[in-house]
Every structure is written in C-alpha cells, then in structure tokens.
Ligand binder design. Structure first.
Ligand SMILES: [Ca+2]
Ligand SMILES: [Ca+2]
Ligand SMILES: [Ca+2]
Ligand SMILES: [Zn+2]
Length: 416
C-alpha cells in the first residue's frame, strides 16, 4: 500500500513538463516560509538542493540497525524545505536491508530511512536519489561493520581464485560474528605442525587474533571428506591463535558443481575458531559418543547455546537432552558438530549437502562461541533459522569434514 501511494505521488510530480523545466515541481503543503517571512504559494517552487541531513559515515554491528538512519533534505530555490518529494533509497553494497524503498519528504523537507547492515565485515552503502531528478546527484551513505576481531588468511601453495574468494568471504562473515579483540601474540613457526605454517627457518609468526593457513591438498579422493580444519595452536585461554583449513583437491569440482564451496569453507572456518574443536577442552560436551558409544545422547551443555536452541524452536525437541550433538561415534564428526538428524541444515551440523539448499549460521552456533568463554560475539549477525522436526533433510550425507585438535598451547601471551 505504501508503495502504491508513493507511486501515485510520483505520477503527480512527473506531471510537470520535464522539457520546459528539468526540476520537479513540489506538490507539498500550500504554504511555506520564504526568506521574507511571508507566506508564498507553492507555484513556481522547484527542487533545487538535495543534501544529506545526517552523517554519511558511521559504524554499527553487523546485522543491526545503524544508530543514525540515513536522512536527506530537499529544498527549493529559496532554501525553503519541500514536502512531498519522493526519495528512492537503495542498498548498493554489503547486503543490508532498508524498511522500504521510497519515502516522501516531510514538512521539514526531510526523508529518513532505517537501515539494517548486512552480516559480513564488508563495505556497506545505501544510495538516496530523487525519483525523476537526474540533474541532482544521488547521495551515498556508508557504514563500516564494528569488529575488533581480525582473521589473517595465509594461502599455502596453489589456492585457486574461487577458493581464495570463498575463504575471504568466510573471514568477513566470522569477523562480523566474533567482534572482541584478543591479546596479540606470536609463535616460533618452527614449533608449528608441518601442515600448519611450519617453516624450516625460525621466524616468529605475529598473531593479532587468529592466523589461518589454507591449502588445497589431497585428503581421501572424490567425495567422502571434503576438508579438514581446526586450530593448531591456542592461547592459554583456549582461544585459537593459529589454525588450518585443507580443502580436498579431489573435491574442487564437486564443491563448485553443487554450490557447496562457500558453505563448506564457512563451516571449516567455524571449526578453526573453536566450534567443535574446543568444546571438550571447555567441558561443554556431555555423554560423548567417542571413542565407542554410538547412539549415546551426546549433548552440548553451554548455557547460552541452550537458550538459543530453545529460542529457535528447540522447545519442541523430544529426542533427548538439549542441545543434541553428533553421536555417530565416527572420529571425523562425532562430538564436534550439531546432530545432523536434528539440526539438519544448520551450518555447523555434521554434513553439508546440496539437498539442504541453505546453510544458516544460526544464533545457536554464535551462542556456542560465547559459551567458550573467550569471545565477544554479535548475536545480530545470526542468519534466520528454525529447528524443524518433520521428515527430510536429515542424515542424508556422510560427514563433510574432519576436525583437527590443537597440539600447541602458547606458553605466554606477550603484551602487544
Ligand atoms: Ca589482537
Ligand atoms: Ca574427499
Ligand atoms: Ca546438515
Ligand atoms: Zn565439520
């Protein structure tokens, strides 16, 4: 209805002959205060200036409303505000959303648009323009995503452009989810495992928050495992400092053909940051199925994840204890993923399969990161997700990955 209303308004505005006057004629209130203080007719008033009425740069958490919604003001040739002018707002970068696309200027000549940022740490922009006013340039509003958590990617060997792009997109997503800084540290690269940044010459690897070595190497041939991932070295707190993601070189074509490259790489990076990998170290796994208890009621006992599970529909779960973890006793996946038969297409469930179609990074996973105790997280960055207990989409695929366990704990955390 709102769009229809503004559309009619625009038609009325467009009734002015554009060949005789390039400006849009106001259809606003019948009076306005001019520079002389006397009341003027709207006849002969034209849109003359179109300017920002709010800050054009700001920052906000990913997935959250900006504190200063983009606002513009439209004035006539005498500098008086013009009401009833249609302003078109569009999200032009960053994947955010706005409340509607066209708003009409109010009695102050202003139009304001609430703006929710996208869910990755990438440039965010909204453009405001006057409908039918090509002579007046649009106004661009920019916002940066608030985060102090830096993910440093190091590509090892040959990593293709498509895989690099997926890794960078995953880093932008996770650094919008985890937002708090961790103490800077460093490690002698000679002490790292061979597949996680080791070099023969002793050089110190500087670590802001986390360094991830990514490579494409053979794992187990086509299908089967698609990747391995996890932290290699952690801080004393358990917070990952160095990690690795290996993508199976035999599965690059499969990942591309089934549109699984982005979700699988996002999933693997979640393990590097501690999902699954650091749960047992933090005593968050009850009734583990490893080493040899398949079918045990393995579950996650973090308080925040439990709350999140109930909030996304887990109150209807009757299959056992909340929050169910993978209990297949398969070393690659058990005790380190949400149980596939219950959480289905959630990003950090055991299997990522094409039939699932979408792979939401839900509030459950973000809350579980907070339960680790060493992260500050942004719940607004969660994708929409509901647990469904109907048939289908569960347990249809073999485990996607094998989670590696960290082998090194940094002795100290040197001050920055
Ligand atoms: Ca840091
Ligand atoms: Ca494979
Ligand atoms: Ca799944
Ligand atoms: Zn996994």
């Amino acid at each position: 209805m709102r769009r229809a209303f503004f559309g009619l308004l625009f038609v009325a505005c467009a009734g002015v002959d554009p060949s005789s006057d390039p400006h849009q004629q106001a259809t606003g209130p019948t009076s306005a205060t001019g520079t002389t203080g006397t009341t003027q007719s709207t006849t002969g008033r034209f849109v003359t200036t179109f300017t920002a009425a709010s800050a054009t740069t700001q920052s906000a958490p990913a997935g959250a409303l900006v504190t200063t919604p983009p606002a513009v003001v439209v004035k006539d040739q005498l500098g008086a505000p013009l009401a009833g002018i249609g302003v078109l707002f569009e999200v032009t970068a960053g994947g955010g959303s706005i409340a509607s696309d066209v708003v009409s200027t109010d009695a102050n000549g202003t139009a304001t648009m609430p703006w929710t940022l996208g869910k990755a740490n990438v440039a965010q922009t909204v453009r405001a323009s006057l409908t039918g006013q090509s002579a007046l340039p649009p106004i661009t509003f920019t916002a940066s995503v608030q985060t102090s958590y830096a993910i440093t990617l190091v590509f090892v060997g040959t990593v293709g452009a498509a895989e690099q792009a997926s890794l960078q997109a995953a880093a932008a997503r996770w650094s919008a989810v985890i937002t708090g800084d961790l103490p800077d540290t460093s490690i002698d690269r000679q002490t790292l495992p061979a597949d996680c940044g080791h070099t023969n010459n002793s050089t110190m690897l500087a670590i802001d928050d986390v360094v991830i070595f990514a490579d494409v190497s053979p794992i187990d041939g086509p299908a089967g495992l698609l990747a391995t991932s996890g932290p290699c070295a952690t801080r004393q707190s358990g917070a990952p400092a160095v990690g690795a993601i290996t993508i199976d070189s035999a599965d690059l074509a499969l990942l591309a053909a089934k549109n699984l490259r982005d979700p699988v790489i996002l999933h693997e990076m979640g393990h590097v940051l501690g999902v699954g990998a650091q749960w047992k170290m933090k005593n968050l796994v009850a009734a583990p199925s490893l080493p040899s208890s398949p079918g045990a009621d393995t579950h996650f006992i973090g308080a925040q994840a439990l709350q999140a599970f109930l909030a996304v529909g887990g109150t209807g779960y009757m299959g056992g204890q909340n929050v169910p973890l993978e209990n297949n006793a398969v070393a690659a996946s058990a005790d380190t993923h949400w149980r596939e038969s219950v959480l289905k297409n959630e990003l950090m469930s055991t299997a990522i399969a094409e039939i699932e179609g979408s792979y939401p990074l839900s509030a459950l996973t973000i809350a579980s990161l907070s339960d680790l105790g060493f992260y500050t997280v942004n719940m607004a960055a969660a994708d929409t997700f509901r647990v469904s207990f109907g048939a289908g989409r569960d347990g249809e695929a073999a485990p996607t990955c094998r989670v590696r366990t960290p082998t090194i704990t940094l002795a100290t955390a040197p001050s920055p």
